[in-house]
Design a protein around this ligand. Structure first.
Ligand SMILES: N[C@@H](CCC(=O)N[C@@H](CS)C(=O)NCC(=O)O)C(=O)O
Length: 218
């Protein structure tokens, strides 16, 4: 059975977890405690970069969440999460890349004060501006659709949807973006979101570990 290495507070792992559930792919979850287990020899053999998520499918190992999502999509036809029209593929990729390249690093900066780490005021303001320009663009892309590409969920919704709905927790309100708010509520009603939503006490107890990870990366 497909092995899925994850941690419940990892956004990168959550997008793979949601895809596994949406595509109804059976998997064995393997919890990696991010307080040091990621550096163990066994796990380092699985992922030399010492991060989750990782999947191993029939002895084939994939690291990097977006690569895993592409692999699952190409391998399992149970339910398609990638449209076939060139314009729709471009739309999915745009949303995914903006989430990973722009939104995620800016959100990491907003996390720093929450775990007691210093952050330069100017950098924080720049991060907020960057988030605002991405969410405004997302708001326009959504239009009057239920999801980024029409009425069916795609990888765009999974990748952006495991980041955007949490922005208010980091002090970035979605009040000015009614379509994104409604979309976040729509996603929150899905079983895959409910099953993978980290419990508040799990997040609370992970804060010191998140702090250490952010310290190492700064
Ligand atoms: N680009 C990678 C990022 C993976 C990543 O940063 N994972 C974090 C959890 S969200 C991790 O395992 N961190 C452990 C560490 O940095 O020690 C992906 O998309 O999969």
């Amino acid at each position: 059975m497909l092995k899925f290495y994850y941690n419940p507070v990892s956004v990168n792992a959550r997008r793979v977890w949601v895809a596994l559930l949406e595509k109804q792919i059976p998997f064995e979850p393997i919890l990696v405690h991010l307080d040091g287990d990621q550096f163990d020899t066994d796990f380092t053999a699985v992922n030399p970069l010492q991060r989750v998520p990782v999947i191993i499918d029939h002895e084939f190992r994939v690291i990097e969440s977006l690569a895993i999502l592409d692999y699952l999509e190409a391998k399992y036809f149970t339910r398609s999460l990638m449209p076939s029209k060139p314009e729709d593929i471009a739309q999915v990729r745009m949303v995914e890349m903006l989430a990973v390249v722009e939104l995620q690093p800016a959100t990491v900066l907003l996390t720093r004060p929450l775990v007691g780490l210093d952050v330069d005021h100017q950098k924080l303001e720049t991060a907020k501006e960057r988030i605002a320009s991405v969410v405004l663009f997302y708001e326009s892309l959504l239009g009057n659709h239920s999801y980024f590409v029409g009425e069916d969920i795609t990888l765009a919704d999974i990748v952006a949807g495991t980041l955007v709905p949490s922005l208010p927790l980091f002090g970035f309100s979605l009040d000015l973006y009614p379509r994104l708010k409604a979309w976040s509520e729509r996603l929150a009603m899905r079983e895959s979101w409910q099953q993978t939503m980290p419990q508040p006490e799990v997040v609370e107890s992970a804060l010191p570990r998140i702090r250490k990870i952010l310290e190492r990366r700064s």
